[in-house]
Each structure stands twice: as C-alpha cells, then as structure tokens.
Design a protein around this ligand. Structure first.
Ligand SMILES: [Zn+2]
Length: 468
C-alpha cells in the first residue's frame, strides 16, 4: 500500500513498525453539531484505507476519537468551547449535546458502512491521561502557566514549523489581532485551560494547575499514544488540521517521548459542494439525513465519495449523487446475476472472477486510487451483464462480490433475490411472449415495474434487475 505522506510530501510505501500489524489513528468529530458531507468524505476514505490494509492481510487497530470537550471556536485556542456554545444554542448541557451528536455520528457511520473503529475514544473519558501528558511536558520544561491556562512553548520544540512548512513570522503577524499578549509566541497553544473566573462550566475537572479542561490537541496526543504506543503507523485527518492541530500533536507527543509520533500522515483534501467550499455562512454543509430524504441511498453516497481520490480536491453535487446512484444500480444489476445463473452450456471460462478483487486492490494500493478501482469495476459489470453466469460460476461469483464489498463497502452481496411470486410473474411473462400474447406480456411487465423490478430479454431468456 502506498500513500501520499504529508510528512515527506511524497508517495511512500507503508512499512509497518511490527510486520503484519498496523495502528491507525483518525481525528474524529467534534460533537457539537451534525456531521456534514465534508466530514463523511473524510471518514469514508479513512475507512477505505483501513479496509484495504486489512484486505492485504494486516492486523489493523483503528482508533478514532470523539472530541467532546476543549475544541474552541478557533482552532488556535480563541473563543468559546464549541460544546458549551452548542449547549447554549440548544438549551441543554454540554454533556447532553455531546451524547446526542455522538449517537447521531455513530448511527450515520453505520449507514455509510464505515467499519466500527476498534476504539472510539471520548476525550472526557481520558482526562487522567491528558493531565499526565501535560505533567510530563511540564517536567521536561515545555510548558508555562499564564492567566487563562497552561501553554506549550513552541519555540522549545525544534522543527515546530517543519511539518506544515509554516512561516511562523508571517503567522504571528497575521494573528496579531487575536494574539494573547501573555503568550510567549504566537504559535503557543493551550494544553490545559482554566475555567473562567466566577463561571462554572458544564465540563470541568481539577488539575495540578487549577480547575478547567484540556486543550483539543492534547486529547489526540494522549489518546492515540495510549492505544497505539508512542509511534503510530498512520495518522489520518482532514487537510485543515495540518498547520495547527497536527503540528501541535507532533510537538507535544515528540517532546514527551523523544520519538517520532507517526510514520505516515494521510490527509483528506477539501470537498467542494456545488463548486463552493463548505461554510457556515453558505449553509452548504449537507447532512446525510438530507441526502437520504431526497431518495439517495447511503451506499450511493459512499460510491460518490470513492469517485475521487483523497488528496485531490473533490466535488460533491446533487447531479453527481444521482449519477452515483445509477452507477450503483448497475453494479447491483451485476450482483443479482448470481440468482439467475444458467445451466452450463459450454466449458470455456468466460471471466476470471477471482482476479476482480485482486485488480481492485491493485488500484486501491496505489495511493487509494478508488476512481481507477471503480472504473475497472464498471467494466467488469458491463462484461458480466453481457455474458451472464453459469451454475458452476456461482461460488466464484459470490466470492468476488465478497471481495469487492470487503474493499469498497458497497454492500453488493446484500442485494436481495426476488420473491417466489415475483419469479412466477417472470415465468408467466415468458409464457405470454412464447404465445405471442403481447398485451399479457406488457401487462405483466407493468406489474413487475410496480414491484421495482425491470426485465431485459436476452438470447438466454429474461434477466431481471432492481429499479431502486
Ligand atoms: Zn486530532
């Protein structure tokens, strides 16, 4: 498997620290609002990475965090905590807000066939680990305390700017407006924030420095290293995280352990919605629920995501979704051929079915080139629908579908057979056609259409497919 590694700015072959085993950490959602299509592009891609690594035979431990405290409105530690803000908006506690949106996120993950991570870690369940990490950084001289919290001194970490190729002087000049005068450097960030004077937060804990809550960045460092060790194989996240969040995770983790934090960094690029960047003001952060309400299935959303590669800029559009739904329907029409295998009429193998998942994996292994994988799959579908399948191919065909699903998560193997009474209709239609009773044949076709079943006639007899 090769990936575009942000650390080296090149395509690198993934070499596990322990052969056959891989630890993957994904920055999960901040649960103060619904996830939108931009998030789902990220998570479907990370899931596809994990699926592919497992398909290659690796034992993968996948960890995804839930940020349920400490993520401020600005990534660089300015403004309100997003959870407390969400609580005010909804007249609930921050705990209730976190619980509601976490449950919604997990339900949507399931709909999109995103594999359940081995560990879904909530920041609020790991306060002890985060405090311990801040204590370690303090003992090593990387932190200082000012009036609103404990900060990490980025000037003490050599190479702070290198991961994101940051120009720190320019960044400081640009950040002057919000520059906290007590901070030693503009890029310094809070690892522990104090609760505001005289105010009680819904979420706050005691610490050696005072009552308060952890910084967003320390959460990911503490939780990823707890479950995956000091050095992770692969760390993934949205591209927005490169200059601040991931830069800060590296600074904290490497200062604490003296080791490299992650060997490979995979970043999912921005998604353009109908040609625009997703923003609050445009209100174009489409939710999965809205898409489903328009009659598009989650599997079609997944297919739409896989139609672009993760490090290029991707496009989401309603027309694109409809096209993806049609493309999925075509793949499902291929999948149901297994219910319609014909008696063996010739002994020449028509298609190397077992090679199909291998070819797909070959495309996915090239830097998650899912567009190439899908193009190949569409070609397979066209060929199979022209040659159809024979009785002795069914086992291989089902194994092929299982392989495609394991890699791409499109659920093709779950496309159901038609019922006995629907099969009876097909037979009646064939009989009517044999008797040249076209009116009866047309009438039965209409009945099948009402059951969302289409029919095409071939020299081998009728072949049915699902219309929805
Ligand atoms: Zn993170």
């Amino acid at each position: 498997m090769k990936l575009h590694n942000t650390l080296t700015r090149q395509i690198d072959e993934i070499i596990p620290i322990t052969p056959g085993k891989l630890g993957v950490y994904t920055c999960g959602p901040t649960v103060y609002d619904y996830a939108h299509i931009g998030h789902w592009f990220n998570y479907v891609r990370m899931d596809t990475l994990v699926r592919a690594l497992r398909y290659e035979g690796n034992e993968v431990t996948w960890v995804m965090n839930i940020t349920d405290v400490g993520h401020l409105v600005s990534d660089s530690d300015d403004g309100e905590d997003k959870l407390e803000k969400g609580a005010k908006r909804e007249g609930k506690t921050a705990w209730q807000v976190a619980e509601f949106y976490t449950a919604d996120f997990i339900a949507c993950m399931k709909l999109l066939a995103i594999t359940k991570p081995d560990h879904i870690t909530k920041a609020t369940d790991h306060i002890t680990e985060q405090i311990a990490l801040v204590e370690l950084l303090e003992a090593k001289g990387y932190t200082y305390v000012i009036s609103d919290g404990v900060y990490y001194d980025t000037s003490k970490f050599e190479g702070y700017a290198s991961f994101a190729r940051l120009d720190l002087e320019e960044q400081q000049a640009g950040a002057r407006v919000s520059f906290n005068p007590e901070k030693r450097n503009g890029s310094d960030f809070a690892v522990w924030k104090f609760s505001p004077d005289g105010a009680t937060r819904d979420m706050e804990w005691d610490s050696p420095w005072g009552r308060g809550f952890p910084g967003w960045h320390i959460e990911c460092s503490a939780m990823s290293m707890k479950y995956l060790g000091d050095t992770l194989d692969i760390h993934t996240g949205g591209i927005d995280h490169v200059p601040i969040h991931h830069t800060n995770e590296i600074a904290q983790s490497e200062a604490a352990t003296g080791k490299r934090f992650a060997n490979y960094w995979m970043h999912s690029n921005h998604v353009m919605v109908e040609g625009e960047k997703i923003s609050k003001s445009l209100g174009n952060g489409v939710r999965l629920q809205e898409i489903i309400e328009r009659g598009i299935t989650p599997a079609a959303v997944r297919l739409h995501v896989l139609e672009s590669q993760y490090h290029g800029q991707s496009k989401f559009s309603w027309d694109g979704l409809v096209a993806a739904q049609n493309r999925l329907r075509d793949l499902q029409a291929m999948a149901v051929l297994r219910y319609q295998a014909r008696p063996i009429t010739h002994d020449t193998a028509t298609f190397a079915l077992r090679d199909v998942p291998i070819e797909l994996m070959r495309a996915v292994a090239e830097d998650l080139n899912t567009p190439a994988a899908l193009a190949f799959l569409s070609g397979v579908s066209t060929q199979l629908q022209s040659v159809l399948i024979e009785d002795d191919m069914v086992d291989h065909f089902e194994a092929m579908l299982a392989g495609i699903d394991a890699l791409l998560g499109l659920g093709l193997g779950e496309t159901p057979d038609i019922t006995a009474s629907q099969k009876e209709l097909l037979i009646q239609r064939t009989n009517a056609r044999s008797a040249k009773d076209w009116a009866a044949s047309d009438h039965i076709r209409d009945q099948l259409t009402a059951h969302d079943i289409g029919v095409r006639d071939t020299s081998d007899g009728p072949i049915w497919f699902r219309l929805v």
